[in-house]
Design a protein around this ligand. Structure first.
Ligand SMILES: [Zn+2]
Length: 759
């Protein structure tokens, strides 16, 4: 049992003692224990857990550097020591070794003021063991200079002898490699967005959803430290250039903060380097101290000194800090104190205690995220942890949930009120650490009421079936994300993404709608489907302007943007793209639009597909117009078919109704039509009586589909077969119910032809 856990149980016990003193009495008599005796042993035990350097002050095996310093230190007078406190970054420890190219004798002979030391190698440091060589990766990390310029005066001649195995200068820099939390979160978001684009809007039907991209591997880590370690230790990919680029990008996100330049820097007579801060300044290394100084309370920032650490001005809130380190600042005193085997004696680490508490499990609810991920959340008996009342805690995913709550027998359910250990570290969301099983603690557990640990079969938000990230058909493996597999627009938590796509510039082109604003409008019940923005009642525009963060102008702009689109209309391809149909990206939308010409024809095709497929005739191929279309494969056709069978279709129809969807020219691929049986009739290209014509079809064509007719017209030489009649139209072929277009043709004096004659 860990200290954390013990302390949490002690606190729980104290609460119970106060609440039920009557039981306390009986228990004491029974067990014969005295109250003071039960507690005294553990007081404060968890508060200071790490003080790596202070404990072994009597060690005589310290490195040789300490013996050299007495020349400069007057040990007989009282000296004041300044202590610097640095945040202790929770990252991966790295040791950098810098060395001069030339031998020190030639450096001194040349009468240089400065020496340059180049990065020779970098390695991780395990618990005092030899770490892994990560030199190549380290060279790409922000904050690790490839070369350090040092004033010669900062190196004492006595130091040289200690370190000149190869007769060169050498220093060792130790520090922490960290991945800022914001970057970690961004990678996670990007990965999720990547999934959306590869599945939903890609023209490349062969892409697999979960390609083993770098961000996939990185974001499968639970926190930024593990992710930093993952990036650092990641091997260079063997071949694909793309992965190499990704690898480089990831490495450039890492940052290095130095906390110690080991023993080798020493003041000479004219102390150039006096304090810890001077070390930072002279080496151009970003350290936690200097970076913290930059963020002074008055907001004044010091000029960034070094191009090698351009991103060093982070708020420490962006890093996982698990404690602080108190250090002696003066170089002379540091040198006098020296090192123990593993760590400097002039620094003491203080680790923040994690805050734990025992609560009881009331329920497990499932939250649906914006990307469709289903996250189990524990509902807890309210408990106070460090001043904050905790009532909910994340369980990450169902694999993880099963592991921590499944108990010894890998149960698929857990009794209500079962005690659980929860933890809250810093600002991080509280977590359930484990289930506490045992006869002493489960008093009050309701064995008649059970909470299931199984993932739901359908999405709690929209009822669609769920899927899992990998091919495995259950959520049992840890880290596995359960997802809603329904159409995103119909699943309210996921609709934000769909709406954002629908309003994007290449789709409906409504300006001024960021994701957060869309969320706001959804929360306020103004927006649920794309069409709502065009159907907004007059009075509601005022309400929107009154929303927090909006204002008169934003409301007006949004209204103006939607009215502009409503007036000007939208092309059919934009309309199709806005629907966010899987695999139907921008280019595919254009292809589909050029196959149907009008939104009516497109919607009829969807309706037909939805209905005919239910007869499950083997002969039936949905969307015959698209079958031979270049650039449209069976996966996209499947996708359209799937779309046609969901309620998304009616949302699309509503949108089509309130928008003026412009017609587009129908284009038939010449190449693909040759595979058609009809093409044999017209292989003779000179036989093209309709050469260069613009031919419009209207009304019923007596058994022939519109697209067949269009194809024949093309074979007869027609240049295009637009959906609407205009002055440039050469011929209108009309059938039954030809109505409006026929009238237009007659008004414009365009030649007409009866369908029967055409056939
Ligand atoms: Zn759903």
């Amino acid at each position: 049992i860990s200290d954390d856990e013990f302390d949490a149980l002690v606190r729980r016990e104290e609460e119970l003692e106060q609440k039920y003193p009557e039981f306390l009495h009986a228990w004491r008599i029974e067990s014969g224990l005295d109250q003071t005796a039960t507690r005294s042993g553990r007081i404060g035990s968890s508060l200071v857990s790490s003080s790596s350097s202070s404990s072994s002050s009597s060690s005589s095996s310290s490195s040789s550097s300490s013996s050299q310093s007495n020349d400069n230190t007057n040990t007989n007078t009282l000296i004041s020591i300044s202590i610097i406190t640095e945040p202790k970054l929770d990252g991966v420890s790295l040791s950098l070794h810098y060395e001069t190219k030339e031998e020190f004798s030639s450096i001194i002979d040349d009468d240089n003021d400065e020496v340059s030391l180049d990065l020779r190698w970098a390695s991780t440091r395990g618990d005092g063991k030899i770490g892994q060589d990560v030199t190549a990766t380290a060279k790409q990390i922000s904050g690790i200079p490839l070369r350090i310029q040092l004033p010669l005066s900062s190196l004492s001649s006595s130091q040289l002898h200690n370190n000149n195995v190869n007769k060169t200068f050498a220093i060792e820099v130790r520090g922490e490699v960290v991945l800022p939390r914001s970057e970690f979160l961004r990678l996670q978001l990007e990965r999720e967005e990547e999934n959306i684009t590869t599945t939903d809007n890609s023209d490349n039907t062969n892409k697999t959803v979960n390609s083993t991209s770098s961000s996939t591997t990185i974001t499968s880590f639970s926190n930024s430290r593990n992710a930093a370690s993952g990036i650092l230790l990641r091997k260079d990919p063997k071949n694909p250039e793309e992965e190499q680029i990704q690898s480089n990008e990831l490495r450039s996100l890492l940052q290095f903060y130095a906390y110690d330049i080991s023993g080798l820097l020493q003041p000479r007579d004219n102390n150039r380097i006096n304090t810890h801060r001077d070390e930072d300044d002279s080496t151009n290394l970003a350290t936690a101290t200097t970076t913290a100084t930059k963020l002074n309370k008055d907001g004044t920032k010091r000029q960034s000194r070094s191009s090698s650490s351009p991103k060093s001005e982070y708020d420490w809130g962006d890093f996982d800090v698990d404690g602080c380190v108190h250090k002696v600042s003066e170089a002379t005193i540091k040198a006098a104190m020296g090192y123990s085997m593993k760590s400097p004696k002039w620094a003491v680490a203080h680790k923040f205690p994690a805050q734990s508490a025992v609560s009881r499990l009331l329920d497990i609810v499932v939250q649906v995220g914006r990307t469709g991920a289903l996250t189990p959340v524990a509902i807890l008996e309210p408990v106070e942890v460090n001043g904050v009342t905790i009532q909910r805690a994340t369980l990450h995913n169902f694999g993880h949930l099963k592991e921590i709550l499944g108990g010894d027998n890998d149960d698929d359910k857990i009794p209500k009120y079962e005690p659980v250990l929860i933890r809250r570290a810093g600002d991080v969301i509280p977590q359930v650490i484990k289930r506490i099983q045992g006869s002493d603690v489960d008093v009050g557990v309701d064995k008649d009421k059970w909470i299931s640990l199984e993932p739901p079969k359908s999405c709690p938000a929209c009822g669609s079936p769920v899927t899992y990230d990998t091919s495995s058909s259950s959520a049992s493996s840890i880290g596995q994300v359960t997802r809603c597999n329904g159409p995103p627009l119909l699943c309210p938590p996921r609709a934000v993404t769909s709406l954002k796509h629908a309003f994007s510039r290449d789709a409906l082109d409504i300006t001024g709608l960021s994701e957060s604003r869309i969320q706001q409008l959804m929360d306020a019940d103004f927006l649920r489907y794309p069409n709502d923005i065009f159907q907004m009642e007059d009075s509601k525009w005022g309400d929107i302007a009154a929303l927090p963060g909006w204002g008169e102008k934003s409301g007006k702009n949004l209204r103006g943007s939607s009215e502009k689109v409503a007036t000007n209309g939208i092309t059919l391809s934009r309309f199709i793209f806005s629907l966010g149909i899987r695999h139907v990206g921008k280019h595919t939308s254009e292809l589909v639009a050029s196959s149907y010409g009008t939104v009516e024809a497109f919607l009829v095709a969807l309706d037909t597909a939805a209905q005919e497929n239910t007869e499950s005739s083997e002969q039936y191929r949905p969307f015959p117009q698209l079958q031979n279309k270049l650039g449209i494969g069976p996966v996209m056709v499947e996708s359209l078919l799937a779309f046609s069978k969901t309620a998304e279709l009616s949302a699309a129809k509503d949108l089509a109704e309130s928008l003026n969807v412009l017609e587009e020219d129908v284009v038939v691929d010449e190449d693909s039509s040759e595979t058609d049986s009809l093409s044999t009739e017209s292989t003779n290209k000179s036989n093209q009586p309709w050469k260069g014509f613009r031919v419009v079809f209207t009304g019923s064509l007596d058994g022939m589909t519109r697209s067949e007719a269009q194809r024949i017209a093309k074979q007869l030489g027609a240049k295009s077969t637009p959906g609407s009649v205009s002055k440039s139209t050469d011929l209108v072929v009309y059938g039954e119910k030809g109505g409006k277009k026929l009238e237009q043709a007659q008004e414009l004096g365009v030649t007409t032809m009866y369908a029967q004659d055409f056939i």
